[in-house]
Write a protein that binds this ligand. Structure first.
Ligand code: NAP
Length: 288
């Protein structure tokens, strides 16, 4: 069992830290809004710290799950940032969905100070975090990854080292590219079926068993048909992720026409008041 810290007790971080504690790791938590950290320790035990630096001191592994690149820089590189408190030989594991660029930047900063950095974005959403069945895509060096993997598996069903720093974030970008086009296709299928006067639930039931079947169809088809979007992965987060994807594609020359247009469709959903709706809300703009 390891001495660990967890920075960022949001929708994802809160249950991830809980799983670490439940598996017997010694957990110190930090959250920008301190009341959340106090509530976490009152419910689960452990210790809370008032800064990322204090939380990181003396830990073997420091986990983080904050919002975006800038948030991540704040909790790591700032004067009260975790990187000021990390011990030599320790590992910083970042579960934020961020750019590959910030991962490489933090990897270099960590090396200079004598500890390791692993970019480790996750897939599986709030339910995956609550149930401890996330998929984790990692970038970093093999030796540090091997040491961190047992603790990562406290809240994951699968975790894999994909290559050097930034490779976890690049893999997560592919995940989001695949979801964007697929959800739009599913939205168009359901929209078409309604116009054709078919029983959509019956349609989804039969076609989900064939080549059109997908996680999105299984888990979101019914709620898309019902116009229910007040759950799941928020459109604001998806636009943040697609902006990272499109920025990377500008650099590596990949052609992503569908991803680019779906990003614009999500901008329309935001304008309709759907910033916090689930990503399956793409269907709402077809039906407005
Ligand atoms: P969230 O509920 O909004 O939580 C964000 C956490 O980060 C909060 O603890 C927040 O602190 C902290 N934070 C944000 N900016 C900060 C800063 N500048 N300094 C210090 N702390 C800061 O978000 P979430 O849903 O847990 O998502 C976290 C990350 O996981 C994002 O990168 C997201 O894209 C990714 N992700 C989310 C899901 C999902 O389904 N939600 C799925 C996969 C990946 P406060 O409490 O003080 O605001």
């Amino acid at each position: 069992m390891a001495k660990v810290a967890f920075l960022g007790l949001g929708v994802m971080g809160c249950p991830m830290a809980r799983h670490l504690k439940a598996k017997g790791h010694e957990v110190t938590v930090y959250n920008r809004t301190a009341s959340k950290a106090e509530q976490w320790t009152s419910e689960h035990g452990g210790r809370s710290a008032t800064t990322p630096r204090e939380a990181a001191q003396g830990q073997e592994i420091v986990f983080a799950c904050v919002g975006n690149d800038d948030d991540l820089r704040q909790v790591t590189l700032g004067s009260d940032g975790a990187f000021q408190g990390m011990s030599a030989g320790a590992i910083f594991v970042d579960h934020t969905t961020a750019s590959a660029e910030v991962a490489r930047e933090l990897d270099a900063a960590a090396r200079e100070k004598g500890f390791s950095f692993i970019d480790a974005p996750v897939s599986g959403g709030q339910a995956g975090a609550e149930n401890g069945v996330l998929t984790v895509m990692c970038g970093g060096d093999q030796e540090a990854y091997a040491r961190a993997e047992p603790a990562i598996m406290s809240f994951a069903r699968a975790s894999r080292l994909m290559g050097p720093a930034g490779s976890g974030q690049l893999t997560k970008m592919i995940n989001q590219i695949c979801i964007a086009g697929l959800v739009q296709g599913l939205a168009e299928g359901i929209h078409f079926g309604k116009k054709a006067g078919l029983d959509i639930e019956a349609v989804l039931e039969v076609i989900s068993k064939g080549a059109a079947g997908s996680w999105q169809m299984e888990n979101r088809g019914k709620t898309m048909n019902q116009g229910k979007f007040d759950f799941g992965f928020a459109v604001d987060w998806m636009r943040k992720d697609l902006s990272i994807v499109l920025g990377e594609a500008r650099k590596n020359g990949a052609s992503l026409p569908v991803t680019a247009i779906v990003d614009q469709f999500y901008a329309e959903v935001q304008a309709m008041g759907g910033k916090r709706w689930d990503t399956s809300s793409l269907i709402a703009r077809l039906e407005k």
